[in-house]
Design a protein around this ligand. Structure first.
Ligand code: AMP
Length: 395
């Protein structure tokens, strides 16, 4: 059984070919700058190749990927007939989808209906689905949603305190994102705790960052909202702020709604505050060299994570494990250390030596005496997509 996993973005496309039964990844890669010029990064047979190739649209990009999988010195299958099914990562499933689904006409029309909630992502996913149907017409396609895991949130978590009719008419509510990662990591934590009725907080800290409170395997609250802008301070996204800042600045700086959306999504966060970069590594380096603004940026990033951890520990009425994942969560020991220090009052005791160990395994980094476990768990969203696709198509 082989699943082709596709994550189609507006000008890029990530892919993997995986055997979900053995979890073996046969090939993976990325098409970038689709519609501009086009670049392929392909990894297979322990060889990484980079090529500039013409990709005017997503169709040419997917054709190129299917070609490198089936032809040339780094081919991994003989023909596309060896692919059994296709799993698509879909950012927004709205209130329609609380699990992964087999894609039919009805699913595609719901994804189209949800475009106003994910104007950059859902159109690209629909294009990816339609091209796969055209190029591999006999293969089943499955949609795996970033929002699905959070559909278990109660109304008290997902409602905004705005007039109720805007929830009913315009679907204004918290949906939450990174659901596939929060599910995978909380499930791994549940196994590490060996406890069914677990209380887990997952910190997915990458360029995009979100936190999730998971009780007994179900999301009960998460930091991202209607869109992935709410919550933590991110690479270029502001996260939480007083909503009045928006109208205040729009009037003062004569900004349009589009310009404000761009300002909050692309020019804020780590980049906006530090003035250095959206990459935390560069900010940590600048802070080590005495840059005060960089130091404040790191403090802001850590304080906000800490605030969410404490509020979610309150909602969960205790916490068995705090988990760190994604680029920053898995690699930045400094951030883990700063986030956890001072939380000893709630039974969180980080072991500084264990925290500095680097590997790509699930690991425990708390002291023996810590009442709350602290885990580093490398996320694997592709594995969840491959397994859901396999389970929905094996029949
Ligand atoms: P992701 O979106 O999960 O790929 O995470 C990407 C981000 O992880 C980058 O923008 C970096 O800021 C961050 N990152 C990766 N490695 C480190 C590290 N060793 N220290 C601090 N940040 C890191």
């Amino acid at each position: 059984m082989l699943v082709f996993i596709l994550n189609a973005g507006s000008s890029s496309l990530k892919y993997q070919l995986m055997n979900p039964e053995t979890t073996e990844v046969l090939a993976s890669g990325l098409c970038e700058r689709i519609g501009i010029d086009g670049r392929l990064v392909h990894e297979a047979n322990e060889t990484k190749t980079k090529k500039d190739l013409d990709m005017p649209t997503h169709k040419e990009a997917i054709e190129i990927v299917l070609d490198v999988l089936t032809q040339g010195e780094n081919k991994v299958i003989n023909s596309i007939e060896d692919i059994d099914s296709i799993g698509h990562r879909v950012v927004h499933g709205g209130e329609y989808f609380s699990t992964s689904v087999l894609i039919d006409e009805d699913v595609v029309s719901k994804l189209k209906e949800l475009i106003p909630l994910a104007p950059l992502h859902n159109p690209a996913h629909i294009i990816g689905i339609e091209i796969c149907k055209e190029l591999m017409p006999t293969k089943p396609n499955v949609a795996v949603f970033d929002t699905a895991f959070h559909q278990t949130m109660p109304a008290s978590s997902f409602m905004y305190a705005v007039p109720y009719e805007d929830y009913k008419e315009h679907k204004v509510r918290k949906y939450g994102f990174h659901g596939t990662s929060h599910f995978y990591v909380s499930d791994q934590a549940k196994q590490m705790l060996n406890k069914e009725d677990s209380k887990v907080i997952v910190c997915h800290l990458g360029n995009g960052s979100s936190i999730c409170a998971v009780r007994d395997g179900k999301s009960i609250d998460t930091s991202m909202g209607l869109t992935p802008l709410e919550g933590l301070m991110m690479g270029t996204r502001s996260g939480d702020l007083d909503p009045a800042v928006i109208s205040y600045l729009m009037e003062r700086k004569d900004m349009s709604a589009n310009e404000m959306t761009n300002y909050l999504n692309k020019k804020s966060g780590l980049l906006g505050v530090s003035g250095i970069s959206s990459d935390l590594r560069e900010i940590i380096e600048a802070a080590a060299n005495g840059d005060e603004r960089a130091n404040t940026t790191i403090d802001m990033k850590c304080n906000r994570i800490k605030k969410y951890i404490c509020s979610y520990a309150g909602m969960l009425e205790g916490v068995d494990a705090i988990c760190f994942t994604a680029g920053i969560g898995e690699n930045a020991d400094l951030i883990r250390q700063r986030v956890c220090s001072g939380l000893e009052f709630m039974g969180v005791e980080i072991d500084n030596e264990k925290n500095q160990v680097r590997n790509d395994q699930n690991r425990e980094i708390n002291k023996e005496t810590s009442k709350t476990k602290i885990f580093v768990i490398p996320t694997n969203e592709e594995l969840v997509i491959a397994k859901d696709t396999y389970n929905l198509t094996k029949a």
